[in-house]
Design a protein around this ligand. Sequence first.
Ligand code: HEM
Length: 357
Amino acid sequence: ATAVLFHGARQAGITTRAQAVGHLVAFDLAAGADRRATAALLRRWSDAAAAMTAGRTPDDDDQIALDAGPCALTVTFGFGRTLFPKIDREPPAGLAPLPPFAADALDPRRGGGDLWIQIGADDAPVAFHALRTLQRRAAGTARIRWQMSGFNRARGATDRPRTARNLMGQIDGTRNPRPGDTGFDAAIFVGPDAPDTWMRGGSYAVVRRIRMLLDDWDRLPLDRQEKVIGRRKANGAPLSGGTETTAPDLVSVRPDGSPAIPADAHVRVAAPESNGGATMLRRSFSYHDGLRPDGTPDAGLLFVAWQADPTTGFVQVQRKLDGADHLTRFIRHESSAVFAVPPGAEPGDYVGRELLE
Ligand code: HEM
């Protein structure tokens, strides 16, 4: 029953290991709710999150998670572009609307939102309890606009800690930047000189619901699946050779002149080397919401990418992927949102105070 500290310079749930269960939920302010009401809500939410992540019982508890510890619960709060006119503030540059992409098939009712909460925990009732508790505290101030639930492999499911697999069966997350890497903080967190002082030490989350066309994918033979990504499915090694952690060789060609990693392979097109160094931290959850009317699975990736600036992170890479990435044929981007995630709060304080007071 590990506890992840809620308070600190940065919000938890960004560099924290992705938990087994996740809920992403966006709210819109109720008519008439203003900056003061929003500040009071963030105070209520922060107090409840601090209690639950420490394994304490918040006031008026419904006892859903009463016997469980914190189970690595994290609660991360963000602000969407549409919030700002309602609280009489200018949105930061990082919240500029994303450009349209050719591969988009977006449902606006499942995208956007004034406020966002990302919940993660290693236990499903603990995650549900956090969701219910925070939703109840929003009553009268904000109502849910959309909600999505996802999962990752449970702790202890593998013989040793391994990179997770997504629902296409690929090892996913290998080349994520890691805290401690040169340039990690500058790429993922808003720097100390940013004009929006309340965002210094914060980050931007790009959230995309990406459905996988799993029936089409399953019909593709293994060697072709591996060419779509540019890595072996069994062990995640790049097609240029080595093991999972060997850097992909984007230069070498085979004796017949073809590149070891195909020109349209996902890892080649998405790599920082192909995008002027563009870097983001991918921290996604898989989702499965049953069958669609046509009988295909409604399943895929709740893709969450973290960066200091979406323009030089997600947007730069997605522009390149759009059309050029072989994987595009097997996925559909169904919803989209961007949130400014301010720095963390110290004990006694609440998230977003510098913006809201
Ligand atoms: C790498 C899968 C969407 C950006 C990878 C890898 C896999 C993968 C298997 C290789 C392992 C790794 O390094 O993590 C998928 C799937 C997607 C998806 C199944 C959709 C359902 C996206 C999107 C973006 C993205 C939308 C960004 C716009 C990246 C980046 C890498 C990567 C930057 C690392 C490339 C490198 O440096 O080698 N992805 N991906 N992916 N993906 Fe995706």
